[in-house]
Design a protein around this ligand. Structure first.
Ligand code: LAC
Ligand code: ZN
Length: 479
């Protein structure tokens, strides 16, 4: 059983729909889609949450869309009656993006789950938003093709959500995040206007790059009904290397050595001592190890690259061991351990907040030092793991007693400030959502935030589509 304690979301700025408007919208939805596609009351209660620690109000109605037309009709009815809509695919997001901050309608797209085309010549896939990412991986790989983005929740998460959040994952180090693979989108705007943006070709510079604007827009600009994804050839071979260090600082120095020598593995995942403790039962790890790097290399010159990587990892202070996985079963065990981290570390305390900061790669060691200092000065507990190759670290704060929350908030803010000071950014892959909206002004100027709010108004003048996300409440302390 997962052990998650959620905080009730309070966003005074987010306007709820008038009860009479909700009732009228429900009657129209029932008429347009049929009662079998609607959930009301308790039946829709699980749609209050995603995989963050926030809980929204109960949605007034959940629409289980199964076609682009259902999406279109829902957005038309919602705008007519001014009822807010929160789009949702699998609901595995980490920042409250799929949490219905304003109640209203949750528009669930998980049943739009067709893979319409996998084209070996054009090297692309055309899919609906409810296709599970891991299932798409398997289908592409059967055809000798490869869809690189691999968010940790790949067995559950869906392409629609991955595009909305611009999801990453371990392989982003070599291959880039979801944005690099989205060629085109079928999008439905608030009010029910259907659009196609982008193209099926790899090259193309016609007009503004609207596709890029929709990717990572966190469900605030439109609802995806179709996604055209670029694919690459499936790498012929893979090697997995495990490097153990005495502590996280020796591990950080090894990352710098690898990058400094121009070696680009496809994954370079860091786990600190406390994270290792959480998975020791699952993966056998040398007791001397206080940090670990899980690295993966693919491509043609595999042996040569593996050797160079092994050398770079070993030739430094604090190296305990460098091992190469001997077979597919060993590889699978290591990755199962890595993928279980979020759940395993959740068991270490009653509460956990997982952050997603990114710093320039050259600043990883400095960030790790600063995080330790923040923990010492505020007497807060943390652990760190993540995509070290990208400088994208999941700093997790842990606490048991509710009275510790103010201290945790202070540490969180200091982490955000340190990240920005080091030239970094607040989110590498989870988005801003509701959980990080209050920190946005630390990174972006008020002019830039206002410009983005104006763009949002062009798409959704009444602020009905996923309200309360990304942008901080006016008058917030950081504004
Ligand atoms: C991971 C998620 C938290 O990398 O992004 O495990
Ligand atoms: Zn991650």
């Amino acid at each position: 059983m997962r052990y998650v304690i959620r905080v009730l979301l309070v966003t005074p700025e987010v306007r709820r729909a008038a009860p009479s408007a909700v009732e009228r919208a429900k009657i129209e939805l029932d008429r347009a889609l049929g009662a079998s596609k609607l959930l009301v009351g308790e039946a829709g209660a699980s749609y209050r949450a995603d995989d963050s620690d926030v809980l929204g109000p109960s949605p007034d109605v959940v629409v289980l869309a199964s076609s682009a037309e259902d999406v279109q009709k829902t957005l038309a009815i919602a705008e007519r009656h001014e009822v807010p809509v929160t789009p949702r695919a699998a609901g595995t997001g980490r920042t409250g993006g799929a949490v219905p901050a304003a109640g209203g309608i949750v528009l669930a797209t998980h049943a739009l789950a067709q893979v319409k085309d996998i084209d070996r010549v054009d090297m692309l896939a055309v899919v609906q938003p409810g296709v599970v990412t891991g299932a798409l991986h398997a289908m592409c790989e059967k055809e000798g093709l490869f869809y690189p983005p691999d968010p940790n929740s790949l067995d559950m998460c869906m392409i629609g959500g991955n595009v909305a959040e611009n999801a990453g994952g371990p392989r982003a180090f070599k291959y880039g995040v979801t944005r690099e693979y989205v060629l085109g989108l079928g999008v439905c705007l608030m009010g029910g206007h259907a659009l196609h943006v982008g193209r099926r070709t790899v090259k193309g510079v016609t007009g503004y790059d609207m596709t890029a604007l929709f990717v990572g827009s966190e469900g605030t600009l439109g609802v995806f009904t179709e996604v055209t994804l670029r694919l690459v050839p499936k790498p012929p071979q893979i090697a997995t290397i495990l490097a153990l260090f005495t502590d996280v600082h020796a591990c950080g120095a090894a990352v710098t050595r690898v990058l400094g020598r121009g070696i680009r593995p496809r994954c370079l995942e860091l786990l600190d001592a406390k994270t290792l403790e959480a998975i020791r039962g699952q993966v056998s790890i040398d007791p001397r190890a206080g940090a670990m790097l899980l690295c993966e290399v693919d491509g043609e010159a595999l042996e040569d690259e593996t050797e160079r990587l092994g050398e770079a990892l070993s030739q430094g202070e604090g190296v305990v061991d460098v091992l190469v996985a001997q077979d597919a079963a060993q590889r699978a065990r290591l990755w199962a351990g890595r993928r279980a981290l979020s759940t395993a570390t959740r068991k270490l305390a009653r509460h956990k907040i997982s952050e997603d900061v990114v710093v320039p790669r050259s600043k990883i060691s400095e960030l790790l030092r600063r995080v330790d200092r923040i923990g010492e000065e505020n007497a807060t507990r943390h652990l760190t793991y993540g995509h070290a190759g990208d400088g994208n670290l999941h700093v997790n704060f842990l606490w048991d007693d509710d009275s510790e929350r103010p201290k945790i908030d202070r540490s969180l803010e200091l982490l955000m400030r340190a990240t920005i000071e080091l030239g970094g950014t607040l989110s590498g892959e989870h988005g801003i959502g509701v959980t990080k909206a209050e920190y946005l002004p630390l990174e972006q100027s008020s002019e830039l935030i206002e410009l983005q709010r104006s763009i949002k108004k062009v798409f959704d003048p009444k602020d009905l589509l996923n309200p309360g996300k990304i942008f901080p409440a006016k008058g917030h302390k950081a504004c």
